[in-house]
Structure formats: C-alpha cells, structure tokens
Design a protein around this ligand. Structure first.
Ligand code: C5P
Length: 237
C-alpha cells in the first residue's frame, strides 16, 4: 500500500518490548503511532524512541508520533511541559480543551511545529457525570463549544467521540484535524468503549484520523488486523 491509512494505533502496551513489537508490526499499514500517558509515565522518552526505532527497523521511515498526554494545568505549566517534550518531535500532542483558551494557546505557542490536539469531552463521562462536574446540557453541545474554543485558541486538531464528529466538523475550519477514538470494526468487541462507530462510519462523518487500540493490538495476528482495517478504510475513501 503506497499511502498508509489515517489510523493512530494506541500502543497501550504492558511493557516496552511489547510496545516495540506492536510498533514494528503495524507500521507498514498506518500513518501514526500513539504513545499514551501510561506508557510514557513508565518508559519516558524510550516509549517514543523505541516506537520510532521499531517502525524504522520494519522499513518505515518518518512515521508520525501522537503523544497523548492530555495536559491540563495553568498555562505556564502546560507550556513548560510542552517544551519538555519538544525534543521528541511529536506530530500531535493532546491537551484538555477544558483547561481554557489561554492554556491551549500557551501549548500551541510552545510547540509551533506540533499539532496541538484539544480533547473535548472524555468519552468515559456520561451526561450524569458531566452534570456532577457542573457541565449541564447535552454532551454534544459541550463538545462543540470546547472544540470551537480550542481551535480559536490555536489548537490544530480536536479529539472527539465518533458520535460528535459530524457536529464538530460543521463547526470548525476544514483545516482542523478531527481525531476519533472509540472506533471498532464491524463485529469486533467494544471492550470498555461506550459509544463506538465503525472505521467507515467515522470517516464518512468527517474524521481525519482514527485512534484504534485493542482491535489491533489484542488480535492474534497484529499485523494482519492492522492491514485489514487499513484496507477497509482505503476501500471506502
Ligand atoms: O483499545 P482502544 O481502541 O479502546 O483504545 C483507544 C485509545 O484511545 C486509548 O489509548 C485511550 O486512552 C484513547 N482515548 C479514548 N477516548 C478518549 C480519548 C482517548 O479511548 N476520549
């Protein structure tokens, strides 16, 4: 396949060895490797350099790294944290949109060569949980509001549920990259994800990058699972 599919594989691995094995197996098929909070807190820079090295050993140069740290603090601290990972050259770094416009702007200014992706509403929060933290009203309204706020403040990407992607696509500039976790191929286990969509549906609704973890990394044949999902997207695009 000449162009890798717009998929970020969530490398939520139990150890660095597994992370590198998965990275090497999926790299030929996908555009992006996602290093999350758990792995980064445990393995630090090695989680990123190890993923890149494994992709390179598999013959894939220049795979993008999505550093999913979901930063949320005062603007100066978030800017400092963003600068602290600049040497890793992530293509994408996540921050929480709920940190406010000044915080998102501080991250964007600190890392101008990285696409700052604003997380809107965590898909683990239902409307009752949102009301309990003072976010009254439908979660889709909060997601659209936070997406507009964050992109106006300099975020170049938004992380949202596949259920919200069409509404956010309509509300932000076409240049904004929309990233959707909670994606499951037809017939696949939903695991702990509550509101899922198939890869084809998420793409049709305006997603630019699908975050997919366990349907690939928990498969008996990791490379084949990545290949099949990648080809299913290429077929519909
Ligand atoms: O294994 P699975 O496909 O459910 O992995 C989804 C990935 O996306 C995980 O790394 C998870 O942390 C991340 N994520 C999510 N929901 C969000 C934001 C990120 O599931 N709202």
């Amino acid at each position: 396949m000449s162009n890798p599919a717009p998929i970020a594989v969530a490398l939520d691995a139990p150890n660095l060895g597994a992370l590198q094995d998965w990275a090497g197996l999926v790299a030929p098929w996908v555009s992006t490797l996602k290093v999350g909070l758990e792995v980064f807190c445990r393995d630090g820079d090695l989680s990123v350099s190890g993923a890149r090295a494994a992709a390179s050993s598999a013959g894939v140069k220049g795979i993008e790294i999505f550093l999913d740290l979901k930063l949320h603090d005062i603007p100066a601290t978030v800017a400092g944290a963003a600068r602290a990972v600049a040497h890793l050259e992530p293509a994408i770094l996540t921050v929480h949109a709920a940190g406010g416009a000044a915080m998102v702007e501080a991250a964007a200014l600190a890392l101008p060569n990285t696409r700052i992706a604003a997380v809107t509403v965590l898909t683990s929060l239902d409307e009752q949980a949102l009301a309990a933290i003072g976010m009254i009203g439908p979660s889709i309204d909060a997601a659209v509001r936070l997406a507009v706020l964050a992109t106006n403040a300099g975020a170049r990407a938004v992380v949202c549920s596949p259920r919200e992607v069409a509404a956010i696509r309509a509300a932000v500039s076409p240049e904004i990259t929309l990233i959707t976790p909670g994606v499951r191929p037809p017939g696949s286990s939903v695991d702990d994800q509550k509101r899922v969509a198939t890869p084809a549906q998420a793409m049709a609704d305006g997603s630019d990058l699908l975050v997919i973890g366990r349907p690939i990394t928990a498969a008996a044949d990791v490379a084949r699972a990545a290949q099949e999902i990648a080809l299913s997207i290429v077929d519909v695009s």
